[in-house]
Design a protein around this ligand. Structure first.
Ligand SMILES: [Mn+2]
Length: 357
């Protein structure tokens, strides 16, 4: 045994050099030692050369197979979607039109329990295929918890059926100053991009729920107006240039127009302003038809600190001259709190709101 120890080391080094690049595990080391022991036995005359070769080949075969099995397990985890094929277009599991009912007294906990997310995070990813878009859904929020429950209850299953890789961002305005929907949307765009490389953004009112899942929460060749047929307006577009409620813009479309204006405090005007930004940048508005684009709006009274601002309508005359310096590139705010729930990312933000307009 002692005589052959030097040869053993030589054999170990040789065996390791040959097998390590293949197996990249300790098996090559263990195999080396086992061969070493066999070699020692042979030197002592208790084992023949041919049976040693036989044993060695058997051992190498066994370890290589064991190693491959281990690698296969780790190579194919169920949820890393990048290796899966692209999701079919249109998504195969859509239901078409359905009933929407806001009367039911549901609680947020109930909604949370009902919605079985395929991943245990706040972001939804299709388990079966690679989503065609990664979509951030941005909602400007203040004191509308009642509406939020309904929105989450209906939208999560719809977005899952649409096979989107999506995240929901509730941008909650801190304090009692005048509300600014558009500025909160800009904050949502910036904050969502800090969390994930989204390529599409849906900006939605919290009180609008689609009545047809064929209305895809995705991005298109042109900025898209999704909420075209709301029950409140008898399922008709209230006016041709309407671009309020629910809209989608790709990251590059949104950056091209410098996002929303930050200066529309109180109710009204910010949606017409972003419509003009789109048109002035040479794009047009895409829309679903009035059947697929049906929405139900939750009835509510005007919020406190969000009165109609008469100044806003006049500001629309200046969109063309102000849009390239008022928007994403001039956005200032302070994040006060971020809460990650399985249903959404909640961001409370100070947007330096005036107390009156
Ligand atoms: Mn409303």
């Amino acid at each position: 045994m002692c005589r052959c120890l030097g040869k053993c080391y030589l054999l170990l080094v040789f065996y390791g050099a040959v097998t390590f690049p293949i197996s990249k595990t300790n098996f090559s080391l263990a195999g080396g030692w086992a061969l070493c022991a066999l070699f020692a036995e042979m030197a002592n005359g208790s084992i023949s050369l041919s049976s040693m070769i036989q044993e060695s080949v058997g051992l190498i075969w066994k370890w290589t197979n064991a190693t491959n099995a281990r690698q296969e397990k780790t190579r194919m985890p169920p949820n890393t979607s990048k290796s899966l094929g692209p999701c079919p277009d249109p998504p195969p599991g859509l239901k078409g039109p359905f009933n929407v009912d806001f009367d039911y007294k549901r609680t947020l906990d109930e909604v949370r329990k009902n919605i079985e997310r395929t991943v245990s995070r706040h972001r939804g990813v299709s388990t079966y295929c690679t989503s065609l878009d990664s979509v951030a859904i941005i909602i400007a929020f203040r004191n509308r918890h009642e509406h939020l429950k309904h929105w989450l209850y209906y939208l999560h299953p719809i977005l899952e059926r649409q096979q989107l890789d999506y995240g929901v961002y509730i941008i909650n305005q801190d304090g009692e100053g005048v509300f600014n929907r558009a500025k909160l949307m800009n904050v949502g765009f910036v904050e969502a991009l800090k969390e994930y490389d989204y390529d599409c953004f849906v900006f939605s009112d919290i009180d609008l729920v689609p009545m047809d899942d064929r209305n895809l929460y995705r991005c298109f060749q042109n900025p898209r107006h999704l909420s075209v047929a709301i029950d409140k307006f008898n399922f008709q577009l209230p006016y041709g240039a309407n671009f309020g409620g629910v809209i989608s813009l790709s990251k590059s479309q949104f950056l091209k127009i410098n996002g929303f204006s930050n200066t529309f405090w109180g109710w009204g005007g910010e949606d017409d302003d972003i419509y003009q930004r789109v048109i002035f940048h040479g794009m047009s508005i895409s829309r679903p038809d009035l059947v697929k684009g049906k929405y139900k709006m939750i009835k509510h009274v005007r919020d406190l600190h969000n009165e109609q601002n008469p100044v806003n309508a006049g500001k629309l005359r200046h969109t063309k001259s102000t849009m390239n310096k008022d928007g994403i590139n001039s956005l200032k705010y302070t994040v006060k709190e971020i809460v990650k729930d399985i249903l959404y990312t909640w961001i409370t933000v100070d947007i330096q709101a005036p107390l009156t307009t």
